[in-house]
Design a protein around this ligand. Structure first.
Ligand code: PMP
Length: 360
């Protein structure tokens, strides 16, 4: 197979080594004579796969013992609902920070369960920056404060968790989980969908401090009930076994890369090259405040918008694919998760320079 450089925001590129291992094991996992897809979720083989994935995630993120780790179906959107169901605990409000498309989705879902207090919103800047912490109004009695650690579409990223005192902090890390070290102890709950840095779509990982769970809203369906899922090791129903298996391969690969400190260095190098190419040109421009630019998703525009179609078509011919901006904003977006090699970014940067020379 001829591989392209896939800049998709998700489902996203997987490392070649992970695909190769998956291909090998498709022919038989260990000595079972079965592919990983065919293993019973109750059998010792799949249980060993799931336990290893959890152990590797705990090791990579240094997750303390008093946090539960869950692998759940329904993606991050499932967690938009599960978080309020589990963490509202009878409080009057939950606080949310809106930094773009995905925060707005989380807010809309939380409103199904109670009063959402908007602590801050980047709407006035068209979500091109993150409102400074000093301007936020966090309800001190809120059940929790929710923020989106990386806005996959708008391309703004928190480079440090916000200080919120005693209010439990909840982060949607769908598009930057495992891209850098994180101090889990600063969080009440971290969740993220898997299709960017953890493999396949449909799966979400949840890391939650155990003292906060056990007071779920009475209408909570069993599959969204964290204590039930924790007691049954994320097997209240048949889990998405192949997605858990692939998450396991991604975690092993990440350990082989040297863990999160090493992958962060790699990600900073890629993002620096990409933004330097955008800023150093008169054809390309980034709408995002440089202080909060995402290392994972770089949206940009061409000064002459009518050239964007040709840019995308020619990029595709050069083996640089899925660079279209989200349908809500247009333009171009390069997503460069952990699996994007530096050579992929180099190839994109050199294509951008060449295109500018010819068409700019
Ligand atoms: N949050 C963020 C930041 C995302 O990027 C996405 C998906 N792109 C989601 C939530 C929703 O994830 P899913 O489609 O897996 O439910």
């Amino acid at each position: 197979m001829t591989r392209v450089y896939n800049f998709s925001p998700g489902p996203a590129a997987l490392p070649n080594a992970v695909l190769e291992k998956a291909r090998e094991e498709l022919e038989g996992w260990r000595a079972t004579g079965m592919s990983p897809m065919e293993l019973s979720h109750r059998g010792k083989e799949f249980i060993s796969i799931a336990e290893k994935a959890e152990a590797d995630l705990r090791e990579l993120l240094a997750v303390p013992k008093h946090y539960k780790v869950l692998f759940l179906a329904g993606g991050a959107s499932g967690q938009f609902a599960a978080v309020p169901m589990n963490l509202w605990r009878g409080r009057r409000t939950a606080s949310y920070v809106s930094t773009g498309y995905w925060s707005e989705k989380a807010i809309a879902e939380a409103r199904l369960f109670g009063e959402v207090q908007i602590a801050a919103s980047g709407k006035e800047s068209n979500f091109t920056t993150i409102p400074p912490r000093a301007t936020w109004r966090v309800d001190p009695d809120a059940a929790y404060l929710h923020y989106t650690a990386n806005e996959t579409i708008g391309g703004v990223e928190f480079h440090a968790p916000p200080e919120v005192g005693d209010v439990p902090l909840v982060a949607d890390m769908s598009s930057n989980i495992l891209s850098r070290p994180v101090d889990v102890t600063q969080y009440a709950l971290i969740y993220g969908s898997a299709q960017k840095n953890l493999g396949l779509a449909g799966l979400a990982v949840v890391i939650v401090r155990e003292d906060l769970i056990g007071h779920a809203w009475p209408g909570t369906p069993s599959i969204f009930d964290y204590p039930q899922q924790a007691d049954e090791r994320s097997m209240v129903n048949t889990p998405p076994t192949y997605a858990v298996y692939m998450a396991g391969l991604m975690l092993e690969w990440l350990k082989e890369q040297g863990g999160l400190k090493a992958i962060e260095v790699h990600n900073i190098r890629k993002a620096t090259k990409l933004y330097a190419a955008i800023d150093g040109s008169s054809l390309y421009s980034s709408p995002v405040d440089p202080a909060v630019r995402s290392r994972m998703n770089a949206p940009f525009h061409l000064a002459d918008h009518t050239l964007e179609k040709a840019f995308l078509e020619e990029a595709k011919e050069a083996g640089l694919v899925t660079l279209e901006g989200h349908r809500s904003v247009g333009g171009v977006r390069a997503s460069v998760y952990n699996a994007m090699p530096e050579e992929g970014v180099d190839a994109l940067v050199s294509f951008m320079r060449d295109f500018e020379k010819r068409r700019g």
